[in-house]
Design a protein around this ligand. Structure first.
Ligand code: UDP
Length: 487
């Protein structure tokens, strides 16, 4: 078990982003949180400190909570490769997908429990009665029972889900349910993701959020965008001066590392760019993105596609990544040369999280259109990230994407995630109507400001913790589904 040090960030920074009324509400919440949690720790436990949406979400939430005077901390469990094979299988099954084809049987359970037994000894020494523990996703869920027994308030935060569970997903629920049940609350990103067989009064909905001031989302001047992309080897040309940016902790950073590009030649600076930023994961459908773009976005649009993912050696809990990257490279290689030349696969450097974030930020800002052609999606932070940058998003109508995008208002939602022709047509349509694309982008930014920034998320957690610890809630979000339904 590893504790990740998160420097605090002053929530005052939000003053520049929010309306005065929203900011006041947030300040009030921060004061309440400080009083409520004085003398206790709010632990977050997950399975990786690098890569993926949960990490992206956690860092700023913990940092702002600390800035508000709450002792929020972050623990990452240790796991063996066979443990992560099992938990990746669980993850896929929760999305209704077969994953590696393996089953969640007694052997898988033994692997799962053995690893967590080792982690438990470590966590028990740290968590004390009266602490709040937020356990994220299935990987550490086996710790919930023992943590409850230790006197902590335990919240299970599930970041994945599907709205129409199949037998595969239900079997994964059955596998996990005994570990989950003891928690005081079960938090899902959407009401539609809540599992059967859980006490409805303990279910809460909290939508994820992005940090508008983080390196991933901070404003970047157009010349900085180009310089970042040149220096990191994504865009053709060299940058003559060092490329500096503001790190998460406020100190200056410098872009130094290069992406590993699979391409015929670097992306020309003067062509429209279509971008998908995602892990190399079957559910993000990199093969569908590549084929859909190659076959259905006409060459006369002059558009190029960049599919950008993390350098796969770097993401510890994702054994499938390398296979998907290789399959993507192979698919690209067999395309006709004129299609292949417009497609670029980027593996982004992951050694320095802030540097990685600034490259993603620059890519999203340089893109004319951002795609998220997922086959299933818990939430899809990349969608809010692109929307915050005023980009229209073309995405599948799956999971949390549907909460974020409003069809034809802020982007285009595709009813059938497998329909490559519709995917290509939506992109081509926006490429040929830049005014409409810009209008959608502007509306997208305001929607994120209203609903998907970290402040709202923090207030939701505060409301939930107030409820669980018996303090009268001050009217923040995340009321239980059962309560809302009058149950
Ligand atoms: N991401 C990144 N670098 C990459 C690929 C992805 O920083 O090379 C980030 C991306 O910007 C987003 C997160 O990882 O913040 C992915 O979150 P999302 O909810 O979209 O998907 P998940 O990976 O959790 O399924």
């Amino acid at each position: 078990m590893q504790e990740i040090e998160i420097p605090s960030m002053n929530p005052e920074r939000f003053r520049s982003v929010l309306s005065p009324q929203r900011f006041e509400e947030f300040e009030r919440g921060a004061r309440e949180a400080h009083e409520l949690l004085e003398g206790h720790v709010v632990w977050n436990i997950n399975s990786t400190a690098r890569g993926g949406g949960v990490v992206e979400l956690l860092r700023p939430l913990i940092a702002y909570a600390r800035g508000a005077g709450v002792d929020a901390r972050w623990l990452v469990i240790d796991g063996t490769p066979e443990f992560f094979t099992v938990t990746k299988r669980i993850h896929n099954h929760l999305h209704g997908a077969p994953g590696d084809g393996g089953v969640l049987d007694d052997v898988a359970r033994a692997v799962y429990e053995r690893t967590l037994a080792d982690d438990l000894a470590d966590v028990e020494g740290r968590v004390h009665e009266g602490d709040v523990v937020i356990v994220h996703d299935p990987q550490p869920a086996g710790l919930i029972g023992p943590l409850k027994a230790a006197g902590a308030t335990v919240i299970w935060r599930c970041h994945v889900g599907i709205e129409h569970p199949n037998d595969v997903a239900r079997a994964a629920w059955a596998f996990l349910r005994p570990y989950i049940l003891p928690a005081d609350a079960y938090v899902f990103s959407r009401e539609a993701f809540a599992w059967d067989g859980l006490d409805r009064d303990r279910i809460a909905v909290i939508q994820p959020s992005i940090d508008p001031l983080a390196p991933k989302n901070q404003d970047l001047a157009p010349d900085v965008v180009v310089a970042v992309l040149r220096t990191s080897g994504v865009l053709a040309g060299e940058s003559s001066t060092p490329v500096l940016f503001r790190r998460q902790d406020g100190t200056p950073g410098r872009v130094e590392r290069r992406a590993q590009m699979v391409e015929d030649a670097p992306v020309p600076g003067n062509v429209p760019l279509v971008l998908q930023v995602s892990r190399w994961d079957a559910l993000k459908d990199p093969l569908g993105v590549i084929r859909g773009f190659a076959e259905h976005v006409p060459a006369d649009t002059r558009a190029h596609l960049v599919y950008a993912g993390p350098n796969v050696g770097a993401v510890a809990d994702d054994p499938e990544g390398l296979r998907l990257l290789h399959e993507s490279i192979a698919l690209r290689a067999q395309l006709p040369p004129e299609q292949r030349a417009r497609i670029h696969l980027a593996s982004l450097p992951m050694e320095d999280a802030d540097e990685n974030a600034i490259i993603v930020n620059a890519l999203q800002r340089h893109a004319g259109i951002v795609a998220q052609k997922s086959l299933a999606e818990g939430f899809g932070l990349t969608v809010s990230e692109a929307m915050w940058k005023g980009r229209p998003v073309v995405a599948s109508r799956v999971g949390g994407i549907e909460e974020q995008l409003v069809h034809r208002e802020t982007g285009i939602l595709l009813d059938d995630p497998h329909d490559l022709a519709a995917f290509g047509a939506a992109i081509a349509g926006l490429l040929t109507d830049p005014q409409e694309a810009a209008r959608m982008g502007a509306r997208a930014r305001e929607r994120v400001r209203d609903r998907f920034l970290s402040v709202r998320n923090l207030l939701d957690y505060l409301g939930l913790i107030e409820r669980l610890t018996g303090r009268p809630p001050a009217g923040h979000g995340a009321s239980p589904i059962g309560a809302r339904a009058g149950a």
